[in-house]
Design a protein around this ligand. Structure first.
Ligand SMILES: O=c1[nH]c(=O)c2[nH]c(=O)[nH]c2[nH]1
Length: 297
């Protein structure tokens, strides 16, 4: 029996990079959380404390800030690609780089009915994500979002399910359906208008959630993923994670009040967790596209 070092990677996690464009009177802002991880022949650092090949995580952090200035943040996918390519192509021992980026959205303050040039309000809860991997297998980009909270007050059913001696759930043909959606989609190209496609994919998912007469959250996820793949040939795979944020109708009969689906208790735990991957059956190999570092994107 021998004890060996297995899989390893290292980097700087959750580097908060805020890039402000102030070349014009109307400023722009991109607010990021950047995690970098390097992969390669770093075994000696673990096994004998030899740092010869180790580019410090502090340097990785500095590189993210320098690139925010020199290359800018046109989109988080491009920013991730710039960083990953630099580490793999310009730093000799590095064989692979994984860059995970979260983006927090801001919307312009409106003052006296006019959008303000340099003041913003933090927008909603939704966090845009990108995960870029560059290594010997190629360049892989995964776009996504998390915490997109959706609710529909009708158009959702759940009936016909398997039941056993522990089943108490009543069938319903009209319920509230709500979730905090996590979605990731894998591109097969890096020549993409990232901003436009992000908006398009989100819009498709919202449309499917809203318009499908849903028989279960499972069916809604299938329709969301399939519609995105139908719309965008350069997306190979969509991964979805949807907590079922249960809304239970409150029994108001003790108060001699009817409750035809008007008053609910929003339970935060436990929640159903519905997950699915929707993909093309000829999707090209994902390489290490899904191998995480900080796991934030
Ligand atoms: O959309 C749903 N899917 C389920 O699998 C499930 N299970 C459950 O209790 N409620 C629901 N709702």
């Amino acid at each position: 029996m021998a004890i060996i070092l297995g899989d390893h990677q290292y980097g700087k996690a959750e580097n908060r990079v805020v890039r402000i464009y102030r070349d014009a009177k109307r400023h722009e802002i991109r607010d990021l959380n950047v995690s970098t991880a390097l992969r390669g022949p770093f075994d000696p650092a673990y096994l004998s404390g030899d740092q010869t090949n180790v580019l410090p995580t502090d340097t990785q952090k500095n590189t993210a800030f320098a690139f925010a200035k020199s290359k800018g943040v046109e989109s988080i996918e491009d920013f991730g690609l710039d960083l990953a390519r630099h580490f793999v192509h310009d730093v000799a021992p590095v064989e692979g780089a994984r860059i995970e980026v979260e983006e927090y959205a801001w919307e312009r303050a409106v003052v006296d009915g006019v959008e303000h040039d340099h003041t913003w309000l933090r927008k909603g809860q939704e966090i845009r994500t990108a995960a870029v991997t560059v290594d010997a297998t190629g360049e892989h980009v995964i776009g996504g979002f998390k915490n997109l909270v959706l609710l529909k007050s009708t158009g959702s059913e759940f009936a016909g399910f398997l039941s056993d001696e522990y089943t108490t759930l009543q069938e319903t043909h009209d319920r509230v359906m709500a979730t905090s959606l996590v979605a990731q989609w894998r591109f097969t190209s890096v020549e993409v208008d990232w901003e436009k496609i992000y908006a398009g994919i989100k819009q498709i998912m919202v449309r499917e959630f809203a318009t499908l007469q849903s028989l279960a959250l499972q069916q809604t996820l299938w329709h969301m993923g399939r519609s995105v793949l139908e719309a965008y040939p350069f997306v190979a795979e969509v991964r979805l994670k949807a907590p079922n944020k249960h809304h239970f109708a409150v029994d108001l009969s003790p108060f001699e009040l009817e409750n035809p689906g008007e008053v609910f208790i929003a339970a935060d735990r436990p929640y159903g967790l519905i997950e699915a991957t929707v993909l093309r059956d000829d999707a090209p190999d994902a390489g290490d596209a899904w191998r995480i570092s900080a796991g934030l994107a």
